[in-house]
Write a protein that binds this ligand. Sequence first.
Ligand code: TRP
Length: 454
Amino acid sequence: MSTASRGQWSGRLGFILAAAGSAIGLGNIWRFPYMAGENGGGAFVLLYLGCVLLIGIPVLFSELAMGRKTERNAVGAFRALVPNSWWPAVGYLGIAAGFGILAFYSVVAGWTLGYLGHAFMGDFGAAMDADASGALFTGLIGDPLQAVGYTALFLLLTILIVRGGVSAGIERASKILMPALFAILLVLAIRALTLPGGMAGLEYLLVPDFSELSAGAVMAALGQALFSLSLGMGAMVTYGSYFPKEENMPQAGALVALADTSVAVLAGLIMFPALFSAGLDPAAGPGLVFVVLPTVFNSLPAGTLFAIAFYALLAIAALTSTISLLEVVVAYFVDERKWKREKAAWVLGGVCFVLAVPSALSQGGADVFTSFLFDTSFLDIQNIIWGNYALSIGALATCVFVGWKWGIPKAIEALEASGHRMAFASAWGIVVRFVLPIAIVVVLGFIVSTGRYF
Ligand code: TRP
C-alpha cells in the first residue's frame, strides 16, 4: 500500500509529539509512582532508569526500524521482512497485548474523567486529608455504574479519534496539550517539594536501599520501562511506519525516550514528597496517585482551577495513549484484513469495552473480580500479565528477530535512511543481539525460579 493512502506524520515534530503522546500517559503518572512505591523506592527508580537505557531505548529503535522499512503494522512488518515464517506470531502477541492493555488502561483512564467531574464540582478546593481522599477514591471506583460508565465514555472518545486516522487526530491533540501537561507537573512538583515533610519523600525516591530489592522488583522495573515507552507490542512499529522518509529518525526516537522518562521522574518528584507529607503509605498500590494528589491541590492558590486543569490534561495524556493502543489493532485489521478504518475502530473498540468490564468491576463493584486470583484484583492481574510479561516477551522476540533474523546492518540502514547518522550504532547492535536477550531471559528465569508471578 502506498505511503500516501496510509497517511504520514506531518514531519519530525509531528512524529515526536504523537509518539511522545503515546508514551506519556498513565504509565508515567499513575503506574510508575505506585510501582516504585511497591518495590522499594530509590532502588526501583535506579533499576527503571537502567532498564530504559539498556533495554527500552534499544527496543524502541528496533521497532522504529521495522516500521520504517516495511511501512506496515505490527504483524505485517514481520510478514514483509520474512514471508512464510512463524515470526508474525510475535505481531499477533502484540495485538493481543494491545487489547489486554487497553482493556484495563481504559478503566483507570475512566477514573481520571471521574476525578475531572469532582474537580469541576469544586471538591478539591477545600482541605482534604488522606482519609477523605481515600473515601472519595473508593466511592468512585467501587461504584459499578460510574466505573463502567466512565470506561465506556473513555473508549468512545478513543474510537472517535482513531476513526479519523493518525495524523489529523493524534497530532493535533498532542501538539499543545503535552507541553501544557509538563508545565502543570512542574508547578505541582515545586509545591510538593516545599510541603512540610516533603523532603523525606525526596529521599525515599532518590536514595536507593538495595536490601529491598527482589526478583519481582527487577521484573517490575523492566515491565515499567517497556510499558512507559509503549514497547513490546508493535505500537512503535506502527508509529514508525508513518515516519517521513527525509527526517532524522534516531534523533526523534531519542527525544521521545527523553521526554517520557522526564515526565516519569517528574511525577515521582510530585508523588513521593506529597505522600510523605500527607502521611500515606508508599506501597498503597494502584490507588496511590488518585489518593495522594487531592491532598495537594487545596494547598495551592486557586486549587479548584488547578485540579480541573490537571485532571483534564491527565485525561488527555491518557487519551493519546489509548489512541495508540487501539491504533495498533486497527492498523492491523485495516492493512492486513482490508477492513474500513471506521468499522475497525468501532468493532475493535466495542470488543475492548466488553473485555474491560471485569476490570472496571474489580475495584469493589463485584466481589468475583475484586479478589480474582492470588488475592489480586482482575485489573491488577491484567496489568501484570500484559504490562509486564507480555511486553517483556514481545520485546525479547522483537530484538531476537532484528538482531539475528533480519540483521543489524539492515536495521541501521533503515534508521539512517534519511542520511542522518545514528550515534552508538554498533553498541546498539551488540545490545540488541546479546545484552538485551540475555538480560530479559535472566529476569524471566528468576521469576520462574521464585514462582512469585504477581
Ligand atoms: N506508554 C503508555 C503510558 O505510559 C501506555 C501505552 C500506550 C502503551 N501504548 C502502549 C504501553 C503500547 C505498551 C504498549 O501510559
